[in-house]
Structure formats: C-alpha cells, structure tokens
Ligand binder design. Sequence first.
Ligand code: SAM
Length: 290
Amino acid sequence: MSDSHNAPEATRPAAPASAEPAGQPAHVPGVSVRHTRAKGEPRFPDGPRADPAGSHFERRIRSFQPRRSRVTAGQADALQRLWPKWGLDIDGQRVIDLAELFGNDNPVVLEIGFGMGEATAQMASADPGTNILAVDVHTPGQGNLLNLADQNGLSNVRVGNGDAIILLREMLTPDALDGLRVYFPDPWPKKRHHKRRLIQPEFLDLVATRIRPGGIVHCATDWEPYAEQMLEVLTAHPEFENTRSDGGFSPRPDFRPLTRFEGQGLDKGHVVNDLLFRRVQHHNQPPTGA
Ligand SMILES: C[S@@+](CC[C@H](N)C(=O)[O-])C[C@H]1O[C@@H](n2cnc3c(N)ncnc32)[C@H](O)[C@@H]1O
C-alpha cells in the first residue's frame, strides 16, 4: 500500500462532455476510429487513458495481455460520451470513495475482467440494489459495457480501466467490497505462464483485506487445471471458507448468466466450474457491512 492510502481524496469530478475537436470528423458508424486521429493525439480525448498507472507499477507480472483491438464507432461514441460520467482510470494515485463514485451506500461488488460486459450488464439489471465496479483493460469492452449500461438505464455500473490489482492495492480501503467476481480469467495454460494466473495465494491475501467478512469471492473457469488450482488456493487460505459443505465446486448459480468466453469454452466441450468462497468472520472481529 502507498502512503496515499491514509489520505483519501475525492474521485475525479465528472468532466463535461466535449464537442468534436475542430477539424475532426464525427464518428461514422462502422468505420474504425483508428484512422481518424492525427499521430500523437489521444485515442479518446475524454475517454479512458492509455496505461493509466504508467510505468510506475509496471515492473511486475501481469495477468492480462495488452492488446490493441479495433473499436467500433458505437463503442468509440460511448467512450467519448459516457466515460466522464461512469469511467474510472486506475492510476493508483488516489483512494476512491465508493459511495461517492456510485452516488449511494449500496453494497459494491468488484468484477475483474468483464470482457465485453454482457453478463455484467445482465447482473446489474437483475440486481439494481448492488453496485458493480467492473474492471478490464480491454477498450472495446469498456465501450460496449458503457453502451449496454446506457441502453438499459443502469445506474449501478462503473467501468474501471486498468489493472485490478492496482485498484485493489492502492485505491480501495479495507473491507470496502461486498464481493468479488472473476469469471473466466485468462487461463494461461502454458506452464511458463502459470505465474500470470490471477488466482494465487498473494492475490487472495490482497483480496482478503478489501472484502468485508461475510463477502463472497465468486470465480468460474472452463479450464479444469485452473479450476483445481483455484480450489486448492482458496481452500488453503485462512481468510476464506467454501460455501459448499462438501468442499468442492459449485454448480453455476442462477444469478450468473452465461458469459461470452464461457460459451466459447462450452462449444469446445470444456467443463465449467464455479467456486463460491466466503470471507471468514473471525471471532475477535466486529461484524462489518450488511
Ligand atoms: C478470458 S477474458 C473473460 C471475459 C469475460 N469475463 C467472459 O467470461 O467473457 C478475461 C478478461 O480479463 C481481463 N483481465 C485479466 N487480468 C486483468 C487485470 N489484472 N485487471 C483487469 N482486467 C484483467 C482481460 O483483459 C480479459 O478481458
């Protein structure tokens, strides 16, 4: 944790949506925005920043592969229009007041790696009393989720841009979260890449400090060796207990929709496993949250 953790600052105030810069053509549906900006200009002047935490935190193993993907005109429009209102750059430089970010005191669940965000939007719509802080580094997905939130009138979703580990470590206070969702994290199947897997003991150490006692960590994967690893490290961690009395995997709960990545795995015949673990309430701890 940095020292900034002790001195919370307010979140970035919402900037007014800006008009198209002079000389810049408006976004044309179906046309990639990649070619509409001059060299050196930011991709989305009012949208998510490229690499918001900069090189400051970069000398570490990352659980994602930075990739440059085409952003559709609709996604670009959402990023420009809605990012100032619902977006959060994960720069690691300030502590977030979640009640201020969402405009209410409702419980907050962090989702790491929402992909294109369809499942996130469905879950937000089905449970408006829960706020979802959805984080990914994937720009088209950020635009897609902003669009889905807008089209479905969802006020309980905020979209984070950057590495969720920096968010957890530098920008959230202890017990700030009511839950964590990690659906189909990158499986990193090659042995030399296993160190990049998100669900590891050190990651759980960090998560345990940010989820209130009683809060749920919900993971799902279609990669069976990773499912076994998840079960092993979650079971071994003293701060978490399996919600299954038999100590095994859970069936997919009704409240979790099928995700895009899951669909691709099922098409290949993969077996999907869910894991739901509860943050332990120690006897000497006062109860927190709901
Ligand atoms: C395999 S995709 C799954 C997407 C979605 N949950 C689904 O099931 O369709 C995993 C996603 O996690 C994101 N991701 C991985 N590590 C991350 C991290 N540390 N912070 C934020 N996003 C991360 C990747 O960018 C990617 O979009």
